[in-house]
Design a protein around this ligand. Structure first.
Ligand code: PFF
Length: 447
């Protein structure tokens, strides 16, 4: 039943794992939460967390996949010591990916819509922009379902191609394209006066703005942005060639992810400060505030809007692929399904739940999908952020830190890291990461 997994090339892996990590979290969420929590100090906590905890966990997740060479459940089972095979159930974290996809794919659908309105005409004032977003968000269930379906189909087609011809090939094209667009936008924005203000806003920390909620959000976001605790990175790492250096690959992915978030933030805030717009408007930042600015710029604005939303779609779709692949690989490997059946069934499941998520925010239906004052959309997002991803993170840290034999871990990393870095990394995985994640989950549940 356990077929050999096709292997990534080295660059194919780094780009695909970067594709997994860089997503809506970088271009949509990071800028808006940075705005809401006041800029510099928040960014600093985020950077420190990525470096101290995020990157360590990312590497730990890679260790499991690379050594196991199987689907997530199979990988845990394969490498756990004989008396700890029950750890295979930790591999079920792979289903979190499908849970995320029920709303992530809906948001990708919104981006498709904004690509479309970049062609037909962007809203020109605040009221207009709010109405446009609201009309989509609350009053166009059918349209949202169709757009969600586009995203589901795109992801399914890529997954049908498998690791090499589907995932690797798509990322080899799309990630350089994404980088090219973002760097182009950055070069354009550097000439603005608003750019200097954006740099100040993002990098001059004002610690008076830092409260405990901001810290919790920064830590939580650092997991989400690196795709930790969902089995995506583990599944990709299972398709790594034997002698790959996962330390280097992991650091590269963390670096690219952070770089792209910072570039996206700088671009968005430069436009905002140059043309007037508040940074702290929350989730509507890119869907409400930015389109008005693009509209003001005439033809060039239309072109910028188009490439900007295209970049967002690319970022979202390459992450989406990584969210579904763990389930597909699991169904193939554990249940012996053909890839085609595995792709169709997993896509069908999150498509259908995604439709319910759309109803949960749509006028006329939402009362049927609201529980305890929260829409299904909010509930799923909240359970992922505050429960499922931290749980996945803690399980990975404890498994690699305490269950997995130390010589296996050393075998993967020591030669590449050197003794000093290895000791720091191991300490972080055993103590800092689990404590930080539990602190995060505890605080999130209190809110
Ligand atoms: N890291 C992605 C983002 O920042 O949008 C989201 C994500 C992708 C989370 C894949 C988890 C995952 F496994």
């Amino acid at each position: 039943m356990n077929q050999q997994i096709a292997k990534f090339s080295r660059i194919g892996f780094v780009l695909s794992a970067t594709g997994a990590a860089v997503g809506l979290g970088n271009i949509w969420k990071f800028p808006y939460i940075t705005g809401v929590y006041g800029g510099g100090a928040f960014v600093m906590v985020y950077l420190v967390t990525i470096l101290l905890i995020g990157a360590s966990l990312l590497i730990a997740e890679m260790v499991i996949g690379k050594r196991g060479q199987k689907d997530c459940v199979g990988s845990f089972e394969e490498i756990a010591p004989k008396n700890a095979k029950g750890w295979k159930y930790a591999g079920l974290m792979l289903f979190t990916g499908l849970v995320i996809m029920t709303f992530y794919s809906v948001v990708i659908g919104w981006i498709f819509y904004y690509i479309y309105i970049s062609f037909i005409g962007l809203p020109t004032n605040l009221q207009d922009a709010k109405d446009t977003f609201d009309a989509l968000y609350s009053n166009s269930a059918a349209l949202q379902i169709v757009l969600h379906l586009f995203s589901v189909v795109f992801v399914a087609v890529v997954l049908l191609g498998g690791i090499k011809k589907g995932i690797e090939k798509t990322n080899l094209i799309l990630i350089p394209l994404l980088l090219f667009i973002l760097l182009g936008l950055l070069v354009y924005a550097i000439n603005f006066d608003g750019f200097t203000k954006a740099v100040d806003f993002m990098f001059a920390p004002d610690f008076s703005k830092l409260n405990s909620e901001a810290i919790i959000r920064a830590v939580g976001h650092s997991f989400f942005t690196l795709s930790i605790g969902v089995g995506s990175i583990m599944t990709y790492a299972a398709a790594l060639p034997k002698h790959s250096n996962i330390y280097k690959a992991g650091m590269m992915v963390a670096f690219m992810d952070t770089l792209i978030a910072l570039i996206a933030g700088l671009v968005i805030f430069s436009f905002l400060f140059e043309f007037g717009g508040a940074p702290d408007k929350g989730p509507g930042l890119v869907f409400v505030s930015l389109p008005i600015i693009f509209a003001k710029l005439g033809t060039i604005g239309t072109a910028i809007a188009l490439v900007f939303f295209l970049a967002m779609a690319v970022a979202g779709l390459t992450s989406a692929i990584s969210l579904v692949e763990p389930t597909v690989m699991y169904l193939e490997q554990r249940l012996g399904w053909f890839r085609k059946k595995a792709v169709i069934v997993s896509s069908g499941v999150y498509f259908v739940v995604g439709v319910l998520v759309i109803f949960s925010i749509s006028n006329g239906y939402k009362e049927f999908f609201t529980f305890g004052g929260k829409s299904l959309f909010d509930l799923l997002e909240f359970s992922v952020d505050s429960f499922l991803m931290p749980l996945g993170g803690v399980l990975i840290a404890l498994f690699v830190g305490f269950v997995l034999k130390r010589d296996i871990v050393e075998g993967e990393l020591l030669g590449h890291m050197g003794n000093g870095v290895f000791k720091i990394w191991y300490f972080s995985i055993r103590y800092i990461a689990p404590i930080a994640v539990l602190f995060l989950a505890y605080n999130a549940l209190k809110v």
